[in-house]
Design a protein around this ligand. Structure first.
Ligand SMILES: C[S@@+](CC[C@H](N)C(=O)[O-])C[C@H]1O[C@@H](n2cnc3c(N)ncnc32)[C@H](O)[C@@H]1O
Length: 342
């Protein structure tokens, strides 16, 4: 960037980024991509199908086109709109790779809560349902079987690419047993089971999650490879295994709880065993991983005292618990794995 002649375009692009974000989130809210799954449609046909006003519908569709979230063939009223390969794969409901549940949550919950980022920064208090005296998202979710299932599926989709990379990049073949702590549906265990046929896997999560995990693992044909264990990782010991994995777990908690989880992992591992966390780990200088830093603000909004962290912080906490060496493995996008060896 030229300091003598600064350019405002980056400021303006980010200042209006929520327009683009909201256009994509609204496309998911309207289930536009599922409507296109059967075939391409004209703007008028889409407007009719989704009960939209025809004039703004064209602006909406062409804005999505310009952003790369829809394809269009032809011009004018006869033009037909279709899914891109990515929207077909990830945003049509019938596709098993559907991640729209996560976008729905961004739209229905986080978009509104981020309105109160200033209050969160001034008070250090969460700005989600708790702000107005409501139940926390997790309390509400765990009380509603159907919504819990959708939420768990959405979370698994978001981490899928990183889980697949970890299965390749970390040498699991040296070990016999792995437990994924806070494993949700068991997506990481499934990725590891497929890639490493000799590993015995356990996925550990709260009791309401177990039936969902068992169903998901059965659909993957991996019930004989993965054991579903229910427990509370703050009050129960973790299963004794060679490798403990935790995907997006430590960032949900404050420092004291983070250290408690690391100490529990240390207690469960043998000498030579490893704790592997999969998160949006922030670069040590805290200059580059914008997604990880914004995720940390998202944890402020959700929990108040929870936060994301750098690799150096992870190493310090793990050294304090007794771990002796460390390794960092880049995964998909802003995500990486941090490994602590006991
Ligand atoms: C953010 S999700 C991460 C899911 C998955 N590991 C991933 O990477 O996508 C956090 C998980 O921790 C689980 N969890 C929360 N509190 C827990 C507790 N006290 N004991 C066990 N699991 C817990 C939740 O049920 C949820 O599946």
């Amino acid at each position: 960037m030229n300091n003598d002649n600064p350019d405002p375009s980056h400021i303006l692009q980010t200042a209006t980024a929520f327009w683009a974000s909201k256009a994509l989130l609204t496309a998911v809210e309207l289930d536009l991509y599922s409507a296109l799954a059967e075939g391409a449609l004209t703007a008028d046909a889409i407007a009719g199908r989704l009960s939209l006003e025809p004039r703004p519908a064209r602006d909406f569709l062409d804005a999505l086109l310009a952003l790369g979230f829809i394809d269009r063939q032809g011009e004018g009223e006869q033009a037909i709109y279709a899914n891109t390969p990515a929207t077909a794969a990830f945003l049509t409901r019938k596709n098993p790779q559907y991640i729209g549940g996560f976008l729905e949550m961004l739209n229905s919950r986080l978009y509104g809560f981020w309105q109160h980022l200033g209050d969160a920064l001034r008070t250090g208090q969460p700005q989600n349902e708790l702000r107005d005296g409501g139940r926390s998202m997790f309390e509400a979710l765990y009380a509603d079987e159907a919504r819990l299932g959708e939420f768990l599926a959405a979370m698994s989709g978001v981490q899928a690419a990183s889980f697949a990379r970890l299965a390749e990049a970390f040498d699991f073949s040296r070990f016999a047993t792995v437990c994924d702590v806070g494993g949700a549906l068991g997506a990481l265990s499934c990725a590891l089971a497929r890639r490493h046929p000799r590993l015995a896997l356990t996925t550990f999560d709260l009791p309401p999650v177990a039936a969902h995990a068992e169903r998901y693992i059965a659909t993957q044909g991996l019930s004989d490879r993965i054991t579903v264990v229910s427990g509370d990782f703050f009050s129960d010991p973790l299963p004794a295994v060679d490798v403990i994995t935790m995907g997006n777990i430590l960032h949900d908690w404050n420092l004291e709880r983070k250290k408690q989880l690391i100490a529990s992992a240390y207690a469960a591992l043998p000498a030579g065993g490893a704790l592997v966390v999969i998160e949006n780990i922030i670069d040590d200088a805290r200059r580059e991983n914008a997604f990880g830093l914004l995720m940390s603000l998202n944890m402020l909004i959700e929990f108040g005292d929870a936060f994301d962290y750098t690799g150096a912080e992870f190493r310090d906490w793990c050294e304090e618990a007794g771990f002796r060496s460390f390794e960092f493995i880049p995964l998909a996008g802003p995500t990486s794995a941090a490994v602590a060896w006991r």
